[in-house]
Design a binder for this molecule. Sequence first.
Ligand SMILES: NC(=O)c1ccc[n+]([C@@H]2O[C@H](COP(=O)([O-])OP(=O)(O)OC[C@H]3O[C@@H](n4cnc5c(N)ncnc54)[C@H](O)[C@@H]3O)[C@@H](O)[C@H]2O)c1
Length: 255
Amino acid sequence: MRGLKDKVVAVTGSASGIGRAIALRFGAEGALVALLDINDSGAKDVAETIVAAGGKALVFKVDITDRASVEAAVDAVEKTAAPIDILVNNAGWDIPIPFVDTDRAFWDKVIAINLYGPLNMHHVVVPRMMARKKGRIVNIASDAGRVGSSGEAVYSACKGGIIAFTKTIAREAARANINVNCVCPGPTDTPLFDAFKAQSVDGAKIAEGLARAIPFRRLGQPGDYPGIVAFLASDDAGYITGQVISVSGGLTMHG
Ligand SMILES: NC(=O)c1ccc[n+]([C@@H]2O[C@H](COP(=O)([O-])OP(=O)(O)OC[C@H]3O[C@@H](n4cnc5c(N)ncnc54)[C@H](O)[C@@H]3O)[C@@H](O)[C@H]2O)c1
């Protein structure tokens, strides 16, 4: 992919699942990957894998729900490495519970991670990118934010919010030469999805039903996402901003 070598790429939630796969890809493209995760020991394993393959990676512990933690982590990346060229907001969390059975404490946790987290990251990183008049941001939302997902009402609200937020920031940041786009995974075989299955009555059956409903007849794998994310961060995507792309094996097809 053109234009990724030696770029500084910050990936949140890169200790696991989709974020891990995205980080490995940027490492293979010759970028310096800043692994930002609350699980720093998991992130260290990913960093070691990148370095063992000849790439460059650094780990920064962050809790994206905490503005001060985000600011400290971004300061540390920029001090240790260099200014962030590319930001991938990937960290997310949910467990499936019917909305009527949820409570305010659960809403607060889901909103803190899936909405306030990316807001904190943008609020710290975008002004710095604006000052430099360049930057790329890719937000990992979800098809739950486009078509809904039973048992994930508040999560869906957050992901729908991230889609709308992406479009607005894309407009506000375009004059500073910053592209902001959004990728929406469908159901994907990661530790988060394992937890989803474990929490649901008939979780295994739901997973089988989803796989049957997907035109490609399988769940997503973490490796299905790095290609589109790397493309959106590359020089080839310089005229693309404010777009939302579903990667879901055809489960959802939007006009
Ligand atoms: N797996 C799916 O089916 C699926 C579907 C659609 C969208 N997504 C989205 O894809 C993204 C990645 O999901 P995944 O399935 O790879 O999940 P995962 O649970 O495997 O990984 C999520 C990572 O985020 C980190 N994280 C969680 N809270 C954090 C916090 N407060 N601060 C910093 N890091 C934090 C975790 O430590 C973990 O490493 C999420 O945004 C998720 O909502 C996943």
